[in-house]
Design a protein around this ligand. Structure first.
Ligand SMILES: Cc1cc2nc3c(=O)[nH]c(=O)nc-3n(C[C@H](O)[C@H](O)[C@H](O)COP(=O)(O)OP(=O)(O)OC[C@H]3O[C@@H](n4cnc5c(N)ncnc54)[C@H](O)[C@@H]3O)c2cc1C
Length: 559
């Protein structure tokens, strides 16, 4: 991958305070190189600038029977479906230099690491399209009627640990014995009760209320009521106020939706657990049943879901045009015309296509279409996207560690008071089979959506305006709470900023008639929509489902 890195060397004198760990003899200087990677903001602004001025006359005319704009998971799955069905001149455009969108990988110091999405939970029986893809890619097979996953790609143990009260514990749910004695009894009761509420939700509508992908869910007045309020209002109303439980639920919302329980709907908060692996109170951990390993399984790779997107893109070689930014889409009764900026050639091209699939975020689709349908305008206004920061830190030696659970794939710091945007880090070398720890890349995630729309916007402005070195220092000092020696061992920090990373499933979004109309393909004859935004939130399963659905709709129109 040829991502441009813009930045310089940062050299900062570290404090002369002694390090807290024996056997550590670092230099007293912290110095690392780094910068922003990925081209999205710069090229995205070119779109805005070119649109504000008059577009140059197109230098080249090109044709496709179907033109897919956006080579994220949704665009790739749509194009793959069309190609497989015999549409040989499907073409895909993307503004970045490689396909994959939010699911791309990166390399530092010869080591692969994620730029965005980094895992896929083992799918349940509803996710037929995901299972078909995993079988095609050799990750899953059925033996004697039972699903078997390729062990190399299932997350190795230990998976997760939490830094709490100056030591590491296994798992991410704060264990009772790490909490102040006065909180334990009430917290235990609330863990248990919340687990029961999730189990009940998972059983509702004959087990069809919370499905993954969500298109398979049976919608009901009960779900509409949950979608009308925030998760934190619902939790308050049920008396779930224990600090440890609220921290954990908030963490899950920020991890999956990019914003806290105060912003996402109660539907989304429950869906996180009820559609996947449930919520398991501590008692359950002690007596794991024999299906728990399979149920809790997570597929992951050093380069994160870039592993998947690269393989999804492979059959489309020759059909994907990276560095191509769609600027304007004009729909007519007989065809659609798309003006495109070709960044390598520095020219505008005019593409004509029978059908156009907009596999881009809805707010971009609304800007690109010269006559955006009302449903698109409404949906683009209803969906707010959270900003995210991803920082890849190349360290040249293993970190010293506090006592407790050993280094894991996912490592999170418990912090119920600060309500931090930081979500901890994953270790890119965790899946390697090397016998000793050594240099690695730690990928730190910051979900900047906050507690309110005001915070979300302010954080986005900060993300786009502050220099990379300010963010790098913030990430290092956050992780230094668990790893004080990190600053002496970090050699390079590559950061990605996503101004509009993913749709926040805030109240009303999931029930939005406009979103449903766009996802059903009922608003336009030649322009179709396929992006995880249409699901109201962004995960691999939803993006894939939206892409597959759009391909089916186009194929039915093509006869
Ligand atoms: C930091 C982060 C971490 C995540 N972690 C996970 C995870 O671990 N697991 C998980 O399942 N999901 C995760 N996600 C969610 C992730 O968004 C989805 O899994 C999925 O990748 C979304 O795919 P998509 O195709 O819907 O959208 P996108 O990835 O947004 O794809 C849209 C594409 O359109 C292109 N584009 C935009 N405008 C234009 C234009 N004008 N012209 C041409 N091309 C354009 C973009 O470059 C992009 O490639 C994460 C997301 C982020 C941001």
């Amino acid at each position: 991958m040829n991502l441009k890195r813009r930045g310089v060397l940062v050299a900062a004198l570290a404090t002369s305070a002694a390090l807290p760990f024996a056997g550590c003899a670092p230099s007293n200087k912290s110095s690392y190189s780094g910068g922003w990677v990925g081209a999205a903001p710069v090229r995205g602004h070119r779109l805005r600038d070119l649109k504000n001025g008059s577009l140059p006359t197109p230098a080249v005319q090109r044709r496709a029977s179907v033109l897919v704009i956006g080579a994220g998971i949704a665009g790739l799955s749509c194009a793959r479906g069309l190609l497989r069905a015999g549409i040989s001149d499907v073409q895909v455009l993307d503004l970045e230099d490689s396909a994959g969108g939010n699911s791309r990988g990166h390399r530092i110091g010869g080591m692969a690491c994620p730029l965005g999405a980094h895992y896929l939970p083992v799918p349940n029986a509803d996710a037929v399209d995901v299972m078909a893809l995993l079988e095609e890619l050799g990750l899953r097979r059925t033996v004697h009627g039972k699903a078997v996953y390729d062990e190399r790609h299932l997350c190795h143990s230990p998976q997760e640990r939490l830094f709490i009260d100056e030591h590491w514990v296994e798992g991410l749910l704060p264990p009772l014995d790490a909490l102040p004695a006065a909180e334990r009894e009430a917290t235990a009761a609330q863990y248990r009760s919340f687990g029961q509420a999730v189990a009940q939700a998972a059983r509702s509508s004959q087990g069809r209320a919370f499905r993954m992908p969500t298109a398979q869910s049976v919608w009901s007045p009960e779900l509409s009521a949950l979608d009308a309020i925030t998760f934190s209002v619902w939790l308050d109303s049920k008396g779930y106020t224990a600090a440890a439980l609220r921290w954990y639920l908030d963490y899950c919302c920020r991890d999956d939706y990019g914003a806290s329980a105060a912003q996402v709907s109660a539907w989304a908060g429950l869906h996180y657990f009820a559609s996947r692996h449930g919520f398991h109170a501590p008692d359950h951990w002690v007596q794991k049943d024999d299906t728990s390993a399979e149920r809790d399984g997570v597929l992951t790779w050093p380069e994160g879901n870039g592993w998947l997107s690269q393989r999804m893109a492979a059959p489309l070689a020759g059909h994907i045009h990276t560095g191509h930014i769609a600027l304007r889409v004009d729909e007519s009764p007989s065809h659609s015309t798309v003006d495109v900026w070709n960044d390598a050639e520095q020219r505008v091209e005019r593409w004509t296509a029978g059908h156009v699939v907009m596999a881009v975020p809805l707010f971009i689709a609304a800007r690109l279409l010269t006559s955006p349908p009302t449903a698109l305008q409404q949906a683009a206004t209803a969906v707010n996207c959270s900003p995210w920061l991803v920082a890849n830190l190349h360290i040249d030696a293993p970190l010293d560690d506090h006592a407790g659970a050993p280094p894991s794939w996912d490592n999170v710091i418990y912090d119920p008071l600060r309500n931090s945007a930081a979500l901890g880090y994953v270790d890119a070398m965790h899946q390697s089979t090397r016998p000793h720890a050594g240099p690695t890349v730690l990928t730190a995630y910051w979900a900047l959506g906050g507690d309110s729309l005001g915070q979300l916007r302010a954080q986005r402005a900060r993300l786009m305006n502050e220099p990379w070195s300010v963010w790098a220092e913030a990430v290092i000092s956050d992780l230094a709470r668990a790893h004080p020696d990190l600053k002496y061992k970090v050699r390079q920090v590559d950061l990605v900023r996503y101004g509009h990373a993913m749709a926040v499933p805030s109240p009303g979004v999931r029930s939005s008639a406009a979103l449903l109309a766009l996802a059903a393909g009922s608003v336009s004859a030649r322009v179709h929509f396929a992006h995880s935004d249409l699901s109201g939130y962004s995960v691999f399963e939803e993006a894939l489902g939206q892409g597959v659905g759009a391909a089916r709709r186009v194929l039915s129109l093509l006869g």
